[in-house]
Design a protein around this ligand. Structure first.
Ligand SMILES: NC(=O)c1ccc[n+]([C@@H]2O[C@H](COP(=O)([O-])OP(=O)(O)OC[C@H]3O[C@@H](n4cnc5c(N)ncnc54)[C@H](O)[C@@H]3O)[C@@H](O)[C@H]2O)c1
Ligand SMILES: O=c1ccn([C@@H]2O[C@H](COP(=O)(O)OP(=O)(O)O[C@H]3O[C@H](CO)[C@@H](O)[C@H](O)[C@H]3O)[C@@H](O)[C@H]2O)c(=O)[nH]1
Length: 347
């Protein structure tokens, strides 16, 4: 009798969140079998229903409502499915909140990652793509683009959890044969899926520029606060490297393929290579939605840097990854998502 081998799956932690859900969509579209683990602390199940429709799936995407703190719950997922790789998005991500609640951030992000790595090792799953961030880089006063070997160092607990998690994964990969680990350091993911059916759905008042701005544009918030006009940039406002969330999703599929090259531990920047100031983003979003976005010029937000730009060369050369979506598309897709879903996934 031939033995039937169960199909292998990709485990996506945090797969109902903003970047996770767009990545699950891209994986499903490319024919991968996906299983999601998420405690739904910052998301809901609805994105999975929308992915199933968009990708034309006949079956539901399995979702385990498990907290990564629950090691037994995680083991049960690994007992039920055979995984070839894990994409690990699940984390708390607010820089400001992390300064006030550092222990919550260290506990959630680091304990969660330790448990995940333990269970992966127990079940012999040794391929991982990890969500890291440009926040791990030490601020550069001249605003030079960051390369993967630029100096590291960050000033907030959230960023430090990312640095620690990178180091933990690197140590595990160095200690034991067979691990392949890819750290993706994203710059500023934003935008939404072009269908207008998926996007970012902040549970509270958004902290980040683009979701805040789109809620101002639709009239849910009164005006945008421009944090600082005296930065060392072309118009004095903060400059960042914004990247379409579907480009970020595609970078994950490229990274999954790269895991097969058995290169051990690798780090890649994921950004466009060019930056826009806050005032330039206001103009781009105003053009997309056809109305003025009211704003006031306010003092700097503590901890912000002048310019944060990516050098994307390594990802282009080794992952074959390049951004294909423009700033105009980022704003148009974000606006479509906001107008079609003024209350996010809540219906
Ligand atoms: N959005 C950005 O600008 C950005 C930039 C750089 C890096 N990142 C990183 O990318 C990842 C995804 O970010 P996002 O913007 O999609 O955030 P998100 O909050 O939308 O998604 C994270 C998901 O993880 C889940 N989660 C959190 N802690 C968990 C736990 N202990 N157990 C199980 N599930 C848990 C949340 O419910 C949520 O669905 C995060 O690791 C974040 O730090 C995000
Ligand atoms: O209401 C707002 C929000 C932001 N900004 C400015 O807009 C720029 C972008 O800010 P934001 O969207 O909050 O992104 P960052 O502070 O660059 O941080 C993001 O990008 C990092 C990677 O570069 C990630 O690690 C963080 O989690 C993610 O929040 C900065 O100059 C802010 O000062 C405003 O002027 N008004």
């Amino acid at each position: 009798m031939p033995v039937s081998i169960p199909p292998s799956h990709i485990l996506v932690t945090g797969g109902t969140g903003f970047i996770g859900s767009h990545t699950v969509l891209e994986l499903a579209r490319q024919g991968y079998n996906v299983v999601v683990v998420d405690n739904l602390s910052n998301s809901c199940e609805e994105p999975l229903r929308r992915i199933e429709k968009l990708a034309g799936l006949k079956d539901r995407i399995p979702l385990f409502k498990v907290d990564l703190a629950d090691k037994d719950g995680l083991r049960e997922v690994f007992r039920q499915y055979s995984f070839s790789s894990v994409i690990h998005f699940a984390a708390l991500k607010s820089v400001g909140e992390s300064a006030g609640k550092p222990l919550m951030y260290y506990r959630n992000n680091i304990t969660g990652t330790l448990n995940l790595l333990d269970v992966m090792a127990e079940f012999g799953v040794k391929n991982i793509v990890f969500s890291s961030s440009a926040t791990v880089y030490k601020a550069d006063p001249e605003g030079k683009p960051f390369c993967e070997d630029s100096e590291l160092g960050c000033t907030n607990p959230y960023g430090r959890t990312k640095l620690f998690m990178e180091s933990i994964i690197q140590d595990v990969a160095n200690a034991e044969q067979g691990w392949n680990a890819i750290m993706l350091r994203y710059f500023n993911p934003t935008g939404a899926h072009e269908s207008g059916t998926m996007g970012e759905d902040p549970m509270q008042i958004p902290n980040n520029l683009m979701p805040y701005m789109s809620q101002v544009a639709i009239g849910k918030l009164e005006k945008l606060h421009v944090f600082g006009t005296d930065y060392n940039t072309r118009d004095g406002t903060g400059l960042r490297d914004y990247i379409h969330v579907m480009d970020v999703a595609e970078a994950h599929v490229a990274a999954l393929k790269r895991l097969r090259a058995n290169q051990g531990y690798e780090v890649f920047n994921i950004g466009s290579g060019s930056g826009q100031t806050v005032l330039e983003m206001i103009n781009a979003m105003s053009a997309a939605c056809g109305k003025k976005i009211p704003y006031s010029e306010d003092p700097r937000r503590s901890g912000d840097n002048d310019a944060v730009i990516c050098n994307p060369t390594k990802a282009a050369e080794m992952l074959g990854f390049r951004v294909t979506r423009s700033l105009e598309q980022i704003c148009a897709d974000l606006w479509r998502w906001q107008t079609v879903n003024p209350n996010g996934y809540e219906q």
